[in-house]
Ligand binder design. Structure first.
Ligand code: SIN
Length: 475
């Protein structure tokens, strides 16, 4: 692979063998290299090693763990350009977004290095004079994760950082489309001084096998998954047997609301950022736009103009803001949703064409109704359907009319409305006058069928700790 200066980041690439996995550039279909495939026995062995390594790691101090994690953070930032190139090559997102993701991913290492020092227990006032009551927080043990292709670094560090800071070991299966970023991040952990077998990357095309193995293994105490609600349900069912702790960051159907008192230019800026980040392939992308009747035409016109200026292409090219979709399946789904919407009466205001390869024009649809199929499904592609509304009460009903509850967004300048609507939206996250809300310091996660648990912030650490109650008697 050309132009990667820190070649040890690519030490994971192997010669092609019958059992190696090809990694393909979605911008041009070229094979970038191969990574090893691990079978069930190999993964079981790695879990055993992670189990042994965790025991010594748990005995280190939070400060010792933090020192390694701070070095790891710095190495990610020092290698930001190389990591960004690797990410764009295997995932397709524009280089500027990849650089942003490296910094975002690194921020979890820095944040949890410090937060690990604050895994406080409690001393609790006793109801019985001869007893003293206290709690301590302890690592859950071996944590496992299955991470998606849309954020090849950040979705690993958002889970690995709290796990390692808490004193767990961490076994991760990255998406088969984007294993190079995962291996590169693991290589930097090694360079930072993380002892062997604490951060284990396993790669396989057999997602069913690895899901079952992680969920059913009695040696894994916790599983964290980011991906579809359907797969999340399966993993939760499989985890029942071992009563495993689970964190699930699942699908979304984010409403993006523009009220009549909104700053329209700000709303357009937020809409572009929220909808077209990573070509629409994020769980928190705005999925459906509800625009008040009084500002619908103005918003639609300004939004369409901004979308028509977006440059589509290979993410390594200058000025590109829309890269390819991840694979043919994603392109076919985007095409199907668009065709269904048009059949149901939607009008294409801008875009609408599938281009050569895996590219798809950023598209705005007008004349969409709340009941249209495109409004009910998570699009995960660059299509923005615009729906008119005229009163706040029915808007709230439509916004909450979904099984999902991950992110939501609205634009308004009325402070009373801001509190009223933020409280009424049945979502784990609400962006008010802001289209990109992700940060390491805030709890990321959903309600309803968008998931369980939180990542980032102090809540992210709780997911990897058990609280133990200690009762001192005979005092
Ligand atoms: C996701 O799509 O699941 C993650 C998006 C983010 O962290 O902003």
């Amino acid at each position: 692979m050309e132009n990667i200066s820190n070649m040890s980041l690519l030490s994971c690439l192997v010669e092609q063998t019958a059992s190696s996995i090809p990694v393909v550039n979605p911008a041009n279909g070229q094979t970038l290299g191969f990574v090893a495939t691990h079978d069930k026995l190999a993964i079981e062995n790695k879990i055993q090693k992670a189990k042994t390594a965790q025991k010594s790691w748990a005995k280190t101090t939070a400060k010792q763990r933090a020192d390694i994690m701070q070095r790891w953070y710095q190495l990610l930032m020092d290698n930001q350009e190389d990591l960004a190139r690797i990410m764009t090559l295997e995932q397709g997102k524009p280089l500027a977004e990849s650089r942003g993701e490296v910094a975002y991913g690194a921020s979890f290492l820095q944040w949890f290095a410090e937060e690990g020092k604050r895994a406080y227990g409690e001393t609790i006032p006793t109801p019985l004079a001869d007893r003293r009551i206290m709690t301590i927080r302890q690592p859950v043990g071996v944590a496992a994760a299955i991470t998606p292709w849309n954020f090849p670094i950040a979705m690993i560090t958002r889970k690995a950082a709290p796990a390692l800071a808490a004193g767990c070991s961490f076994v991760v299966k990255p998406a088969v489309q984007t294993p190079l970023s995962a291996y590169a991040v693991a290589e930097l952990a090694r360079q930072a001084g993380l002892p062997d077998d604490l951060l284990v990357v396993v790669t396989t095309e057999d997602a069913v096998m690895v899901g079952e193995l992680f969920c059913q293994s009695p040696d894994i105490q916790k599983i964290s998954f980011t991906g579809s609600t359907n797969v999340g349900r399966i993993l939760m069912r499989q985890s029942a047997e071992t009563v495993k702790r689970v964190s699930m960051e699942l699908g979304g159907n984010a409403p993006f609301v523009v009220f009549d008192d909104a700053d329209i230019d700000l709303a357009v800026k937020g809409a572009i950022a929220s909808k077209f980040r990573n070509a629409g392939q994020t769980c928190v992308c705005a999925n459906r736009f509800y625009v008040h009747d009084a500002v619908y035409d103005e918003f639609a016109e300004k939004f369409a103009k901004a979308v028509s200026e977006l440059k589509i292409g290979d993410g390594l090219e200058d000025g590109v803001s829309i890269g390819p979709l991840i694979d043919d399946k994603a392109k076919e789904k985007t095409q199907r949703l668009l065709q269904d919407a048009v059949n149901e009466g939607a009008t294409i205001a801008v875009g609408g064409k599938a281009l050569e390869g895996q590219f798809f024009e950023p598209t705005i649809l007008t004349n969409v109704s709340h009941t249209n199929s495109i409004v009910q499904e998570e699009i995960f592609g660059p299509i923005a359907p615009l729906i008119r509304f005229s009163d706040e009460a029915s808007l709230i009903e439509m916004a909450n009319d979904t099984i999902y509850g991950l992110a939501s967004y609205f634009y308004s300048k009325d402070i009373n409305r801001i509190f009223r609507v933020a409280e009424a939206l049945d979502y784990g996250m609400v962006g008010v006058n802001e289209g990109v809300i992700s940060t390491e310091v805030a709890p990321f996660g959903g309600v309803k069928q968008s998931g369980i648990g939180r990542e980032g912030a102090s809540q992210g650490l709780d997911e990897y700790l058990n609280t133990k109650y200690i009762c001192l008697g005979g005092m």
